[in-house]
Design a binder for this molecule. Structure first.
Ligand code: F6R
Length: 261
């Protein structure tokens, strides 16, 4: 796991966007894994700028979202299908048919989850998976206690996650669905490169548990310690509780140019 401490969330977003641009330069039909919430927004902003400048194209790429709420109307602005579209895919040249989101309105949710896994496999797997981390240590919506081998399935959101996400529902926690579909930790672990972004003091405990704590379902993100290529991009506040912060800074400052992220 590589931890890079950056001066701001925007700097972290720019670095992740650069990794995506480099991936697309060598593999135009790359499969991207997309996160929603606040953390990836600087990445999407940077990619939209690169697209406008003609520096990148998503015309052959495809994307799979991490998760979706169960039961929200298809056009609900807080639904992740809408968020992915407005925050990212309609700002770049990725064909809408190449953007996949779990179907939280399916009458058979379990079949929808199986179908989602099959679609990811058929696409050849995810090349680069963007991730945020919940203040309770979740990635995707794999809440504490999630099997480290889990696949796409229905999960129940914690009250903490529902409270954190109430800001996308006019501040009313009662409007936040209780259930979601999420890629499992086993699914996420199969991505070829996992890039997690975290910023702000509210993420400092979760980041410490993920990076320096034991690998445990108590902090689902800690499973990334077993990922062969995981990159954690954090701002100073999110890094503020890392014991090894000095070593992470030293390592990045001395990183060979050829290595990339
Ligand atoms: C969203 C997702 C979640 C968020 C996490 C952090 O697709 O999978 O794991 O990444 O809840 O959310 P923010 O970035 O809003 O703090």
């Amino acid at each position: 796991m590589e931890v890079v401490i950056l001066p701001s969330a925007a700097a972290a977003g720019a670095l992740a966007a650069q990794a995506i641009r480099e991936l697309l330069a060598t593999k135009p039909a790359a499969v991207l894994g997309l996160a929603t919430g606040s953390s990836p927004l600087p990445v999407y902003d940077a990619l939209a700028r690169m697209q406008a400048a003609g520096e990148v194209s998503f015309s052959h790429a495809s994307a799979f979202a991490l998760d979706e709420y169960v039961g929200l109307p298809a056009d609900h602005p807080a639904g992740y299908r809408a968020v992915i579209r407005t925050e990212f895919t309609e700002r770049v040249d990725m064909p809408p048919a190449s953007v996949h989101v779990p179907d939280g309105q399916a009458t058979d949710l379990q079949a929808a989850c199986r179908g989602y896994e099959a679609a990811i496999a058929e696409a050849g797997g995810v090349d680069l998976q963007l991730l945020g981390i919940g203040s309770d240590g979740h990635i995707g919506f794999n809440e504490p206690g999630s099997s480290l081998a889990s696949r796409t399935r229905v999960k129940t959101l914690t009250e903490l996650t529902r409270a954190d996400n109430a800001r996308f529902f006019d501040g009313d926690m009662d409007l936040v669905p209780r259930h979601c579909l999420t890629q499992g930790l086993g699914t996420i672990m199969e991505s070829r490169h996992a890039v997690l972004l975290a910023s702000g003091p509210g993420k400092a405990d979760a980041v410490r548990a993920m990076v320096e704590g034991p690998v445990s379902a108590r902090c689902p993100a800690s499973v990334l310690q077993f990922h062969p290529h995981a990159t954690v991009l954090v701002d100073e506040a999110a890094a503020s509780k890392l014991e090894l912060a000095g070593y992470f800074r030293y390592t990045y400052a001395n990183k060979p140019d050829w290595q990339g992220l």
